[in-house]
Design a protein around this ligand. Structure first.
Ligand code: SAM
Length: 240
């Protein structure tokens, strides 16, 4: 048996590379994306009444994690990257069918002419992710407060100290106060979720680069102190 599915839309995310993306949705409310609906699914009536829902389920393709072979066990970053567990006991992108499932906040729905765009918050999605389906999140059925969560019982993340170099601050001054607050919050949340793969932590590497919107961001870390050393725009519209 084989099934073929067409994406109904494509994600344009603040995350331009995998490094630094939170490991689940909802962890970083400031992480925003636009989902642009593709033809023939860009029909206003297909979205009628969706605004009554604050959150949506997205099923999507882990398009940057497609492998010819699958492995029955994976090493979740949550367990330090050393311990193997069954792929079906994880939410790893590397699975027999590379399909992901995320709950995201519906911030806005924009329908104009033939364009349908959904503004989403709390995403854990790479830029360019193809979306297969959208369904409303229904708390009375989907929220299970006393559910058990195996090796991931509590959210990751911790308090950190974050500062910006003079160069980074002066680059940020070129943007609106609102954009700066959002970007700083986003960077704080990303770093407090500790995006470093455990093998680099063991190697004591402390200088990293990541792309966020269209900024290239270089940061250094020592214990729980993080410094944004360089922040440079890669295009004329770094928040696009
Ligand atoms: N919430 C989803 C789920 O449970 O199916 C995704 C969880 S998965 C652990 C999240 C990670 O997938 C992110 O940290 C990022 O590294 C990776 N990721 C996100 N979008 C991707 C894509 N389109 N292709 C490959 N990897 C992706």
């Amino acid at each position: 048996m084989k099934y073929e599915f067409q994406p109904i839309g494509i994600i344009q995310s603040c995350f331009k590379e995998k490094f630094g993306i939170p490991r689940q949705s909802g962890l970083i409310p400031e992480a925003e994306a636009i989902l642009t609906i593709l033809p023939p699914y860009n029909r206003a009536e297909a979205f009628r009444d969706i605004e009554g829902y604050s959150h949506l389920w997205l099923s999507f393709v882990f398009h940057a994690a497609i492998r010819d072979q699958w492995k029955p066990t994976v090493r979740p970053p949550r367990l330090g990257g050393n311990q193997r567990v069954g792929v079906f006991a994880t939410r790893s992108p590397f699975r027999p069918n590379p399909i992901g499932l995320s709950v995201v906040k519906l911030i806005d729905l924009d329908i104009s002419a033939q364009q349908i765009k959904l503004k989403l918050g709390g995403v854990d999605l790479l830029d360019g992710t193809p979306v297969l389906d959208i369904k409303p999140y229904v708390p009375y059925s989907d929220a299970i407060p006393d559910a058990e969560a195996g090796f991931a019982p509590t959210p990751p993340g911790r308090e950190i100290q974050l500062s910006f170099s003079r160069q980074a601050e002066s680059e940020l001054q070129k943007h609106s106060a609102e954009q700066v607050i959002q970007l700083k919050r986003l960077i704080y949340q990303m770093l407090s979720n500790n995006p470093r793969p455990s093998y680099l932590e063991q190697e004591k590497r402390n200088r990293f680069g990541m792309r966020l919107y269209d900024f290239n961001i270089i940061w250094e870390v020592e214990d729980d102190r993080y410094l944004i050393t360089e922040l440079s725009p890669l295009s004329d519209q770094p928040f696009a």
